[in-house]
Design a protein around this ligand. Structure first.
Ligand code: HEC
Length: 101
């Protein structure tokens, strides 16, 4: 019985995200024009972000910020992330990874 209760607590608390979903959502209004506030791309050429892996999203944002991700449309993202702190990135990655794909 004790173990079932523990399992319940673990399930309710969900995956261990590093950021704050609500703060991330507020910050995501800047991204919504292209990626959608629901993380679903608004036009061809813009990737869906909803439900993507947290660490993957975080790493891509860091890579755009330090311009180590190049090619394709990467330059479009440089201006979007240049002013973001590590905490902003965590919050955005937490928000988009929390959405249903
Ligand atoms: C003007 C349109 C535009 C805006 C606004 C924008 N993005 Fe992007 N984003 C793109 C494009 C285009 C790509 C594809 C880049 C490439 O080809 O490498 C991309 C790629 C990404 C990726 C990588 C996805 C993957 O599957 O590898 C992430 C993560 C991302 N954007 C997050 C954000 C966040 C967070 C914001 C807001 C702070 C934002 N974007 C704002 C156009 C935009």
């Amino acid at each position: 019985m004790k173990y079932f209760m523990l399992l319940g607590v673990l399930l309710l608390s969900g995956p261990a995200f590093a950021g704050d979903i609500d703060v991330g959502k507020a910050g995501a209004t800047v991204c919504a024009g292209c990626h959608g506030i629901d993380g679903k791309s608004t036009a061809p050429g813009f990737p869906n972000l909803a439900g993507q892996d947290f660490l993957y999203l975080k790493n891509q944002l860091i890579n755009f910020r330090n311009k180590s991700r190049t090619g394709g449309q990467a330059a479009v993202m440089y201006g979007m992330v240049s002013g973001l702190s590590d905490e902003d990135i965590d919050n955005l990655a937490t928000y988009f990874s929390s959405l249903n794909p």
